[in-house]
Ligand binder design. Sequence first.
Ligand code: NAI
Ligand code: HPV
Length: 576
Amino acid sequence: MVPVATEDSHPHSQGFARPRILVPEKVSPDGLAMLTPHFDVDNVVGLSPEELIRKIPLYDGLIVRSETKVTAAVLQAGRKLKVVARAGVGVDNIDVGAATSQGVIIVNSPAGNIVAAAEHTVALLLATARNIGRADGTIKEGKWERSKLVGIEVGRKTLGIIGLGKVGLKVARMAKGLGMKVIAVDPYASADIASQEGVELRPSLDHILPEVDFLTIHTPLLATTLDLLGEEEFKKMKKTARVLNVARGGVYNEAALLKALDEGWIAGAGLDVFTSEPPTADSVAAQLTKHPKVVATPHLGASTVEAQENVSMDVCTQVLEILRGGHPTSAVNAPIILAEEYRKLQPSVELVEKMAKLYAQHYVGGKGGMMGGRKFELIYHGDLATMPNTKPLFAALVKGLLASFSTSHVNIVNAALIAKEKGIIVSETYASDTKNLLFANMVTLRAHSNGDDGEPVTEQVIEGYTSDQRGFITKLDRFNGTFEPDGTLIILHNYDQPGKIGGVGMVLGEHGININSMQVASLDPSRTESREARKRGATADNEALMILGVEGTVNGQVVEDLRRSEGVLDVSLVRL
Ligand SMILES: NC(=O)C1=CN([C@@H]2O[C@H](COP(=O)(O)OP(=O)(O)OC[C@H]3O[C@@H](n4cnc5c(N)ncnc54)[C@H](O)[C@@H]3O)[C@@H](O)[C@H]2O)C=CC1
Ligand SMILES: O=C(O)C(=O)COP(=O)(O)O
C-alpha cells in the first residue's frame, strides 16, 4: 500500500522536499510503486473540492480518475503542478484549457482500459436483452419470476454504434462474434477499417436509428456530443430497441431518455455513466438508475484488475518521465513525441537549451540587454532537419532564453504562448544542406537584435552538434572552436597574443578558482565582421575567444579582475 501522509505530518515538509504527487482516488499500486522511490506519493482518497484546493499547492503532480474535478481553481492553486495524469481515457473532468495556459501537461492512458470498456458494454448489452438485473434482484428477494423476465436474443439483431473509435471498434468485433449485424456513424472513422471489420458506416444518425435493435455510443463528451440523442431521436427508434451508455453521462439527454422509457418509445437501457456521479438524490440520473427498464452500474466500465494495472502503469511512467524533465508519450494538451523520436531528439533538446542559455548570458545578461523584441532562427541540419516534430527543440530554446530572466515554467505545451508573451520571435528552418556536413545532428541558432544605438540589426550565431548523446558548440559568433557547454564557463574575448593564458591563469589562481578545461576559438576565416567589430576597427586576425571550464566561486570581482587584464577585450560568465 502506498504510504499516506498529510501536509503536517509529511516527513519532508521541513527540509528539501522531493517532488510530491497527490493521488486522490483509488489507482492501482502497480504504477505508483514506480514513483515512490523518486517522489513522495500521497494517496488520500475522499477529499472535498475545498480540501483539494487547500492541499494542491504542495504538489508537483496529480493523478486522478473520473471522480476528481480538476477545475481551473484547482489548477490555479496548484502553483507547483507540472503534470495532471488521468488514469484512464476521458479528460472531461479536467479543465484542459486552464491547464494548457498554465503549462501543466495533461496525460492519459488512451488504450489501457478499452477492452474493459468494450466488455462492459457487451455485459450491459446481454444484461438488457435478458433482464439480468431484475432477475438477480427478484431472486435475491426470494421470488422465482420466469414468465415476467422473458428476454430477446442478440444474434442476428442489429447493433448501431455511434463513435467507431477504439472502444467502438472493439465492441463491433465482439458484437460480430455474437452474430450481430453492426452499423455505425462516425464522421472521422476510416471506411476501410470499418469494412474490414464487417461494419457498415452510415452517413448520419437518421440512417441508423430506425433500424437498430440495440444502440451504443462511444464518443467522448464534447460540446458537439452533449445531448446527441434527445426526444426526437428516441422517437425515431423501434419500440423494442435498447440503448447502452458506457461513454459519458450526457451524450443521451437524460430527461429525454427517462421519458422515452416511461412512454415506451424504446424498451430498455443499460447505463454505466451519468451526468452526476454518484447521481444526486431525486435527480433524473437517480431516477434512471432505479427505473425497472434500466440495468445500471456505477461507472464500472474501466473497473477491471487488468485495466487498472494498465492505466496505472501508463500514466505513472509518464509522470516519472515528466517530473524528471522528459516528455510524455500521450499528452492530451501537448504535441505527442514518440518514444523513438524522443531518444533521437533528447541530446539536441539539451544542446539547444544550453545554446539559448549561453546566448542569454553571454550576449544579453550583464550587458543590460533586453530579450523581448529579439528574433531567433533555429536552423536544423542533417538528420535533425528531417525530424517530423521539432516542437521540443523550439520549447528548449524558449526555456533556455528565459531561464535567467523569468520563473516561467516553460515546456512543450506553453512554449509558443510564453515566447509570444515575452515578445520573443522564433522561427524554425529545416536546411537541406546534407552534403558536406561533419555531423549528423547539427543546429544553428541565429539571433537578430537591435545594436547599441537601438538601430540596425546585429546578428549573432551559435552553432553546435550532438554525437554519442553529448552536445558540443563549434561556433560562437565569428569564432570557431569546439567545446562542451557544461558547468561554469568563463568566456574571454582577447587579443590573440603570447602569454595570455598565463595571465588569466594567475588571476584565477589568486581567487582560488581551478581551471578544468580550456579551449581557444579562433576567428572564422570565412567570417564577415559584425557591425560592432567593424565599429571597433577589430578587423585584424588577432582576436580570439578563450573558453574556460572552471570550478570554484566566480563572483563579480573575478570577472572585473579578468576584464582589467592586459589584452582582454571582454569577459562573460556563463552557468549552464
Ligand atoms: N465507462 C467507462 O469506464 C469508460 C468510458 N470510456 C469513454 O469511452 C469514450 C470513447 O473512448 P475511445 O473509444 O477510447 O475514444 P476514441 O477517441 O478512440 O473514439 C471516439 C470516437 O468518437 C467519434 N466521434 C466524435 N464525435 C462524434 C459524433 N458526433 N458522432 C459520431 N462519432 C463521433 C470520433 O471520431 C472517434 O472515432 C470516451 O468518452 C471515454 O471516456 C472509456 C473507457 C472507460
Ligand atoms: O477512462 C475513462 O474514460 C473512464 O471513464 C474510466 O473512469 P474511471 O477511471 O474508472 O473513473
